[in-house]
Ligand binder design. Structure first.
Ligand SMILES: NC(=O)c1ccc[n+]([C@@H]2O[C@H](COP(=O)([O-])OP(=O)(O)OC[C@H]3O[C@@H](n4cnc5c(N)ncnc54)[C@H](OP(=O)(O)O)[C@@H]3O)[C@@H](O)[C@H]2O)c1
Length: 286
């Protein structure tokens, strides 16, 4: 990879949240940064966003290939790719329509796959970095976010495999696993619990807790600083956690505590001990 200061970097999902913080920060440090959004014209840019925002829908292969080809045509090279674009759905496994689950995987997992596949020929040729934004939800399943967790677990497997395949090439890939951050993610989340669902009270408690944690979460600048550090580091580890110290500690506990004990602690955290309250049946409401 070229000197980090002169690097050409692609950051997907840079119109908001973590991606926006990363793209803004790296551009301020002098890198040539291309961010992506499905609709770059949809929002007014801030004066300090010294990066170009190009159109890309991670769920559309042609759109991904076009965006990467456009950068290569303009810059002649690509030094780093930060696969960050993503979204989350919530709801019980049983009630979430399979089409919604497929869409979750299509954006979060296959979206990253499409970007990596389109970028690898250039990265292998010139050397480079791939930073994949996973989640702590990719290390421990979150209740009522099963398909989101599954999409992030899938990224863990992808990157572990990719690192081995890339050993002969001057390309390094790593996972960044954020805990809760204050971003647009919370308001963009769609909840798919059915009215009168037997899961209603538990799902509401767990999702409510999750939203509270996100709104009180860490500042995206932490993520931006980590991305800069990793682009300059000689050797990348398999994964890095980022976020509030207590959540990073959970990831350490997950490794060392007996699984049943960790699960009990997690259930307590999300208000899932005891029995769920009875759902409000339609005839009780009338
Ligand atoms: N916030 C957290 O607590 C948290 C925790 C762990 C992991 N993460 C991960 O961090 C990443 C960024 O999330 P965030 O918190 O910054 O959320 P955010 O503020 O909602 O930003 C999401 C970004 O992804 C883009 N995006 C969404 N769907 C897309 C699609 N189909 N194709 C291309 N881009 C798409 C959005 O761009 P447009 O809408 O403009 O296309 C936006 O720029 C995600 O992968 C998320 O899973 C977040």
């Amino acid at each position: 990879m070229s000197e980090p200061k002169q690097a050409v970097v692609l950051v997907t999902g840079a119109s908001s949240g973590l991606g926006n913080a990363v793209a803004t920060f790296l551009a301020k440090k002098g890198m040539t940064v291309y961010g992506t959004s499905r609709d770059p014209a949809a929002r007014t840019r801030r004066a300090d966003e010294f990066f170009e925002l190009v159109a890309m829908d991670a769920a559309d292969g042609t759109s991904v290939e076009r965006a990467v080809a456009g950068i290569l045509e303009k810059e002649g090279r690509l030094d780093a790719v930060i696969c960050n674009a993503g979204m989350g759905i919530a709801g019980p496994v049983e009630e979430t329509p399979v089409e919604e689950a497929v869409r979750q995987l299509d954006v979060n997992f296959f979206g990253a796959v499409r970007v990596i596949r389109a970028s690898l020929p250039a990265l292998r040729r010139d050397g480079g970095r791939i930073l994949v934004v996973g989640s702590m939800a990719g290390r421990t399943g979150i209740p009522f976010q099963a398909y989101y967790s599954a999409s992030k677990y899938a990224l863990e497997g992808l990157v572990e495999s990719l690192r081995l395949e890339l050993r002969p090439f001057p390309v390094q890939a790593t996972l960044i696993e954020p805990g809760d951050f204050r971003t647009g993610f919370t308001s963009a989340r769609r909840t798919l619990t059915a009215p009168g669902s037997p899961y209603e009270s538990w799902a509401a408690a767990a999702i409510g807790q999750m939203e509270k944690d996100e709104r009180a979460g860490a500042s995206p600048i932490l993520m931006a600083r980590l991305a800069l550090k990793l682009l300059g580091r000689k050797k990348l580890a398999v994964r890095y956690t980022v976020g509030m110290p207590i959540q990073r500690l959970f990831m350490v506990l997950k490794r060392f505590l007996p699984a049943a004990l960790f699960e009990l602690g997690f259930a307590a955290m999300y208000g899932l001990l005891g029995k769920p309250a009875e759902p409000v049946r339609a005839r009780d409401r009338d």
